[in-house]
Design a protein around this ligand. Structure first.
Ligand SMILES: [Zn+2]
Length: 294
């Protein structure tokens, strides 16, 4: 099964549904940041919900960024997704491994509960849209449910999960979000409440081999599939981009770096890739900077 997001509607358009399978995306994130299980689960959940939100973007270069900081040991968790299905992100502390008594990973403890979730949508307009809510539990799903209700006035059910294997690789990951559209009837609302109560965890459903479409049909037998979107881990950083960043440094700083002869190392915050610039590279950057100044 490849990573994808399936978009559907049900109950005569009164409910909109997104179901995502994101195992490879989350596994790539885990490998990039060398995450221990609870950090992998926390980052994977945020990446998955952010990718689902981005699947509604109309243009390829539009972006959504989710930032969670619950003042827990995880620090800041950031996920960015664009209109082409590219997802990247990071977690402040990738080394966390907290379990609850029932054996499940304790994401809430890693994230913390005293903080905020901020979602910024950059739709290429002058001002990006931004919404901030207080965290509910730090478990991510519940926090996004609250965000949709308060910041987007859309009653929603968010189920998101990441299952980590004993060797710390990702066994499965995915999410299901369903939302009431304006004008939903009482009957539809109560049917959705029943569905929410009867729902099993996304990770169990995916582990049994159900596809996102299967899961949608399981809970919404009359669902009509509206579209499918690919999703993948992709940072898009390059040595050229960091060269451009070095060119913004002052001449004196570059000259100092050239003189000490150690070169420079820059690590991409989003994907942890390391870029090396030796003294020769730095001299070239300084020269080019002067050419472009003229
Ligand atoms: Zn990168």
């Amino acid at each position: 099964m490849k990573d994808e997001i399936v978009i559907a509607e049900a109950m005569h358009g009164q409910v909109r549904i997104h179901a995502a399978y994101t195992k490879d995306t989350v596994e790539a994130a885990r490998q990039a940041h060398q995450c221990a299980p609870t950090s992998a689960a926390a980052l994977g959940r945020v990446l998955t919900v952010t990718a689902i939100m981005a699947s509604d973007l109309k243009k390829p270069d539009e972006k959504i960024v989710s930032i969670i900081n619950g003042h827990g040991p995880a620090g800041t968790i950031l996920a960015q997704a664009d209109g082409q299905g590219n997802v990247r992100g990071f977690i402040g502390d990738p080394d966390l491994y907290f379990s609850r008594e029932d054996g499940h990973l304790d994401v809430g403890r890693a994230v913390g509960r005293n903080g905020t979730l901020t979602v910024t949508k950059d739709l290429g307009l002058k001002e990006p849209f931004s919404g901030v809510v207080a965290l509910r539990s730090g478990e991510i799903g519940e926090d996004f449910t609250y965000y949709f209700a308060v910041s987007e006035q859309t009653p929603s059910v968010v189920s998101v999960g990441v299952l980590v294997d004993t060797d710390w690789s990702i066994l499965t990951a995915g999410g299901l979000i369903f939302q009431l559209m304006p004008g939903a009837t009482e009957a539809c609302i109560s049917a959705c409440e029943k569905t929410a109560d009867s729902m099993r965890s996304m990770t169990s459903l995916l582990r049994e081999g159900n596809t996102p479409e299967d899961i949608i049909r399981m809970y919404f037998p009359d669902a009509e599939i509206l579209g499918r979107k690919d999703v993948r881990w992709h940072c898009g950083c390059s040595k050229e981009r960091f060269e451009a960043a070095l060119m913004t440094l002052k001449d004196s700083d570059l000259e100092e770096m050239i003189q000490d002869g150690k070169g420079a190392e820059i690590r991409c915050q989003y994907c942890s890739s390391l870029y090396q610039f030796d003294t020769e590279d730095l001299k070239n950057i300084l020269n080019r900077k002067h050419v472009e100044d003229r």
